[in-house]
Design a binder for this molecule. Structure first.
Ligand code: ADE
Length: 249
């Protein structure tokens, strides 16, 4: 997969994409991340990329022309068509489901705004989708782009060392992840739940699923409301609730 990022801070994006799982995915040629600076596609001496907003008010707006030219160069840089995403707080909220769909595309381009945003006409004509990473305002789209690169990059086939770990992620089945433990078995902070030491794989899977359901119920109940539980999951969640209430009394 190829990801092109249009940004006034290309070094930041390149550095984010050079470390950890994403960096390794790039080394393994599973992912290619390229960053492009619209200042390189300006025609004036000052390399101007922004201007004041018509109608007045504080803040600058990113100009059409440098971005249009940059996107033209980006589109021409590889044969696959690029699905262009603009990062902004006005976008649809990014979800793991959306990440999984984006990870299957051969190519996406991420447009990072700065200042008050980007001229609406450029967005209307050049952008396929607008995404937000949450209901808060960042000073630019770069961190959001880094989030998407990471979330999408780790899903590329062969990017994770243990292929199972993506399947067990939080949200991959609409639930939060279960708790995890490593050595020592006994510690001043507590002991590892006995079932995890039993070697009984079915019992372990059942316990983990119960913990996932229970945590989702406790921390993100709206996720449970959005999804129909089968009879077994309902029984497990009831069991979790009973144990939870007993432990609190
Ligand atoms: N740019 C500024 N804030 C943002 C957000 N919350 N999500 C995506 N892009 C942004």
């Amino acid at each position: 997969m190829r990801i092109d990022v249009v940004t006034l801070f290309p070094d930041f994006v390149r550095q984010c994409a050079a470390v950890g799982v994403v960096g390794r995915a790039q080394q393994r040629k599973l992912l290619q991340v390229e960053a492009w600076n619209p200042r390189d596609y300006t025609a004036d001496r000052h390399r101007t990329v922004d201007s004041s907003s018509y109608g007045g008010g504080p803040g600058m707006v990113m100009l059409i022309e440098p971005l249009r030219k940059t996107l033209e160069v980006v589109r021409d840089a590889a044969p696959d068509p690029a699905h262009v995403i603009y990062l902004s707080p006005q976008g649809a909220r990014l979800t793991q489901g959306r990440v999984e769909a984006l990870a299957k595309l051969p190519r996406i381009a991420l447009l990072c705004g700065r200042y008050e945003g980007v001229d609406e006409r450029l967005l209307a004509h050049e952008v396929d989708e607008e995404l937000s990473i949450g209901d808060y305002v960042l000073s630019g789209g770069e961190l959001a782009a880094a989030v998407i690169i990471d979330a999408v990059g780790r899903l590329q086939d062969g990017a994770l060392n243990d292929a199972q770990s993506a399947e067990q992620d939080s949200f991959s089945d609409g639930l939060l992840d279960c708790p995890h433990y490593a050595k020592p078995v006994h510690d001043a902070l507590g002991s590892v739940p006995e079932v995890l030491l039993s070697g009984d794989h079915a019992a372990i899977a059942r316990w983990r699923h119960k913990q996932s359901l229970g945590r989702t119920w406790l921390r993100r109940p709206e996720l449970l409301a959005q999804r129909a539980l089968d009879a077994e999951s309902r029984a497990l969640l009831d069991e979790f609730r009973r144990e939870y209430v007993t432990a609190r009394n």
